[in-house]
Design a binder for this molecule. Structure first.
Ligand SMILES: [Cu+2]
Length: 177
């Protein structure tokens, strides 16, 4: 519980410097402290490659959905490998000890060709960490998630779609009502 309280405080601090302002619509925040799959237990944040995402690194994800369905997802991380380009996507399933547990990318319109596997049809939050190992990204789409079909954020070893899965945060994204 100490870790959770610590993460909550730090996560709040991470977002305190963020966009802020009044949100019209609904907002969801999820945070975690990464740990190895073996040590994870009930934690929602799993680090598979600790050379990129060490145990103890922090992550926070915020979802803002407007009344018209437009959805913004914000990612913030602290304590990851400095000066590194990461690829990040919203995936369909919750994280597990196995990196594959998170399943495929969430897609607005399902399809495996280039017309569907892109950051307009999926939620990509690629970022470059700074010299202190902190990073952030924001993605906005005109569409909302389908209920219960977007369940995690996966951090990959490189930008785009080719990187190995380095870490995962389970996020109960809200679907269109
Ligand atoms: Cu991914």
């Amino acid at each position: 519980m100490v870790a959770a309280i610590y993460a909550g405080t730090l996560a709040a601090a991470l977002f305190a410097t963020g966009t802020g302002g009044t949100v019209h619509g609904s907002s969801l925040e999820t945070y975690g402290v990464f740990s190895s799959p073996a040590a994870t237990g009930k934690s929602q944040a799993v680090a598979y490659d600790q050379s990129l995402v060490p145990a103890g690194a922090l992550v926070q994800v915020r979802q803002i959905t407007r009344p018209n369905g437009a959805t913004t997802v914000e990612l913030r991380v602290a304590g990851v490998k400095p000066n590194h380009l990461f690829g990040v996507h919203v995936h369909q399933k919750a994280c597990g000890a196995d990196p594959a547990a998170a399943g495929m990318h969430y897609q607005n319109k399902p399809g495996m060709d280039a017309a569907h596997v892109n950051k307009k049809n999926e939620v990509w939050l690629d970022f470059k960490s700074n010299a202190r190992g902190n990073g952030s990204a924001v993605a906005t789409h005109t569409w909302a998630f389908r209920k219960d079909q977007a369940r995690s954020v996966v951090i990959h070893s490189e930008p785009g779609t080719k990187g190995a899965r380095a870490a995962c945060l389970t996020v109960p994204f809200r679907g269109a009502s």
